[in-house]
Each structure stands twice: as C-alpha cells, then as structure tokens.
Design a binder for this molecule. Structure first.
Ligand code: CTP
Length: 402
C-alpha cells in the first residue's frame, strides 16, 4: 500500500515514544521507506538503534552530526523535502510550540520546516499541559497553517491523571498516514455525501421495522473517498462499524431523518452516493405505549416514506453526480436500469442478492455499474475495491460532463 512512499516519523520526548517502534514496524511491513528523526529527549524513552533495526535506515538526532553524503545533499533538507508524509508523534508541548512559531533549532524542527508534504501532529502530554491556552493556541495556529492534528485519546495518563493526552492506538496513526499517502488525491477539493446502513422505523417505544443492511458498502465508499482526498459526510443508520478517519459522521434512525440530513448535505455536494437501505414504508402511526398482544392477528397500516434518491435526482445541480444502489432478487439489470431513468441518477450500482459473495453483511460484492452509456460488470471483489471502482467511474462521468 505504501510502496515507494517515504514516510518520516518525528519522535519527541514523551513516554509514548516507545510505541513508535510499532508504528515504524507496521509502516515497513506496508513497504514504506521509513525514516526517523528523534529529539534528544526522545532518546530517554527509546533508543535510535531500535528504529534503525526496524527501518534499516539511519536515525537522525543532531543537526550538526549529519554527515552529508555529498556536498549538495544535506539530510535535514532532503529528508524533509523528500517525504511523502510526516508524522510527529508523540508531539510534546515543546515541539508544538516551536513549530507553531517557526523555531528550527534541532534536527527535527529543521527537517519539518522545509517540508511540503502533509504533516500530521499528534499532541501527547499531561491533560493540564494540553488544556493550557498557550498550547491550545499553538495547536490552533498549526491547524490554520494546514498541519493535520490527530486528536489525543482520553484515559489514564502516565503522570497519574485521567484525561485527554494519550497517544492514540498505533493502528490509528498508521491509518492516518495511509489516508494522506497511500492514494492519489484525485477527489481533492470535492465534497462527497455517502448514505449507509439501514433505517429504523419505530412502531412503539420498543419495536422498529428495519432491514439486514450492515453498512459495509457505504462505509467502504466513505473511506475510499476520504483516502482520495474528498471532504466526506457519511449519513448513516445504526451499524456496528467504526467511522473511517477524517469522515464527518451524521447518525440517523428513520428514513425521514436520513432524508433531512442527506438533502441538506447534498446542497453543497459534488457527489452523492445513496448506499443506504432506506425503508420504503413506515408505520402510519407510532404508538405512545408498548403495543400489547391481543387475541388474533395484527395488521399495521404503513405509509410511504420519501424517496431520497428520486428527490436528489429531481433537484440535481449542474455538474453534480448522483449515484444510487439497487438491490434486487430478480430481473436485476432491467429493474436497475429503470431506476436510473426514473430517479434521474447518473449511475446505479446494481447489487444482486442471489449471488454468493454479494449483498448484505459480507465484505465482498458483485456489482454492475449502470450509466446512460452502458453497463460495466465488475467481478467479485472486496467492498473497498468496489468503492474505488465506483469513484473511478464517477470521476470519468465528471470529466465527460465538464
Ligand atoms: N432509496 C432512497 N429512498 C428510499 C428508498 C430507496 O433514496 N425511500 C434509494 C436507495 O438508497 C438506493 C436506491 O434508492 O440507492 C434504490 O433502492 P432499492 O431499495 O433498490 O429500490 P427502490 O427505489 O426502493 O425500489 P423498489 O422497491 O421498487 O425496488
């Protein structure tokens, strides 16, 4: 995933510095070329040799120790300008203060100052140090200048206090790097809305009408769009999934709530993908109290919900791409093609429920992408790969419409 990518880890003197060995190792396994620059204080918590063994690269600590490979090659400049992504973690109040104020007085700060790639900073310190308005001001300043701040976790801190300031899990740090460096940012500047998961229509305070959607396809779409640089809003019914990093998640329950959230987010969106399994009907009335059982059967009157995709298609702005999904158990392609026209969508991803490896709950899918130009039948693939193929097709449509 990170073949050919140069990732620079800046490690400063916080107790969590030892965790960065794991991050370096995980990145190396993803085939990144990993370089580490440490502050002298970081060496109190982890040795440079640990990183050298794991990354097979020299670790830099002192600007004046650097031995240029040749006269034109100065490591603190070439490391900074050559990196595809820099992660500074744990980032102490000290390094945050220096970077926010343009101070470059050691190997790490002189390496970061000339860098032009995405720079991720993970503040990690005592909760009261973190809350100090000067530190907060410095963090806000870094954000203003385009640095990406990874919020620290809350929990028991090494200093004995409970609160915000912990370095997040190593997996999350690696995920944050992947988001910046693993993919071409061909959706940069685009605003994408994805709907996902099931809706829940209440019958009484206890019961709901819902469906089997796990949300996996929609979450894979949100993740793919974020990895490709888009600003992503994910409107989702209840799922057991983790919200992808960098995605604005709006949780909803009913089809009406989904309609409100999606239509409002769609007003400024370039792309809307309706992957949610939205209820077509909702109970005509919601009982205030639990419906008690009686002798004989029970019928529940249902009324139609709004068709969100139809409404998006009717109100489509110029240049906006609207993509829907279609779940069928019979006549898949014919019925899906009809939805493309009826709902004025630009693309329908037809999803057969009868094929093994496709549909709800599984991690794979078999889709046919239907546009006005024809059909593109995709083989069985992971939902994440399918998500990328959908955005490839959407970008093609956007280019064509431009
Ligand atoms: N959809 C929607 N609003 C609804 C129902 C569905 O926006 N109230 C969207 C889905 O998110 C999907 C597309 O419409 O993108 C097709 O959904 P599907 O359930 O396959 O078809 P329906 O439109 O509900 O039509 P039918 O019941 O005839 O299959």
């Amino acid at each position: 995933m990170l073949e050919g990518k140069k990732i620079l880890l800046g490690v400063t003197g916080g107790i969590a510095a030892y965790k960065m060995a794991n991050v370096a190792s995980m990145l190396t396994k993803l085939h990144a070329e990993v370089h580490v620059v440490m502050t002298e204080n970081a060496a109190h918590f982890i040795t440079p040799q640990t990183f050298e063994v794991l990354t097979k690269n020299k670790v830099y600590m002192d600007t004046f120790d650097e031995a240029p490979d040749d006269a034109a090659h100065v490591p603190h400049i070439s490391l900074g300008t050559g990196a595809d992504c820099i992660l500074i973690a744990p980032a102490t109040a000290n390094v945050i203060g220096k970077l926010a104020n343009g101070i470059a007085d050691d190997m790490l700060t002189t390496t970061v100052l000339p860098a032009r790639c995405p720079i991720l900073i993970c503040p990690s310190m005592n909760v009261f140090m973190l809350e100090n308005p000067i530190v907060q001001d410095n963090i806000a300043k870094l954000k203003r200048f385009g640095y990406h701040i990874i919020e620290p976790d809350e929990g028991y801190l090494a200093c004995g206090y409970d609160g915000k300031g912990k370095l997040p899990k190593e997996e999350l740090l690696v995920e944050a790097i992947l988001l910046q460096a693993a993919h071409e940012h061909d959706l940069e500047g685009k605003s994408v809305v994805v709907s996902a998961g099931p809706t829940e229509e209440p019958l009484d305070p206890i019961r709901v009408i819902t469906n089997h959607s796990s949300g996996k396809m929609g979450y894979a779409l949100a993740k793919a769009a974020a990895c490709r640089g888009a600003k992503v809003t994910l409107v989702s019914g209840p799922t057991a999934l983790e919200v992808p990093l960098g995605v604005d998640h709006r949780g909803i329950h009913t089809a009406e709530e989904m309609y409100q959230e999606v239509t409002s987010a769609a007003e400024t969106a370039d792309i809307v993908v309706m992957a949610a399994a939205v209820a077509d009907y909702t109970p005509a009335e919601v009982a205030d109290q639990k419906i008690k059982k009686k002798e004989g059967d029970l019928s529940i009157p249902l009324k139609r919900t709004k068709d969100i995709l139809l409404s998006l298609g009717e109100n489509k702005r110029k240049g906006q791409i609207i993509c829907g999904f279609s779940m069928e158990t019979e006549n898949l392609l014919e019925n899906s093609q009809a939805k493309l026209t009826k709902k004025n969508a630009d693309m329908i991803c037809a999803n057969s429920l009868t094929q093994e490896g496709a549909g709800y709950r599984v991690d794979t899918n078999i889709l046919t992408l239907i546009t006005k130009d024809g059909m593109n039948q995709l083989p069985l693939m992971s939902k994440r790969e399918a998500a990328d193929r959908i955005f490839d097709q959407i970008l093609f449509l956007m280019d064509k419409n431009a």
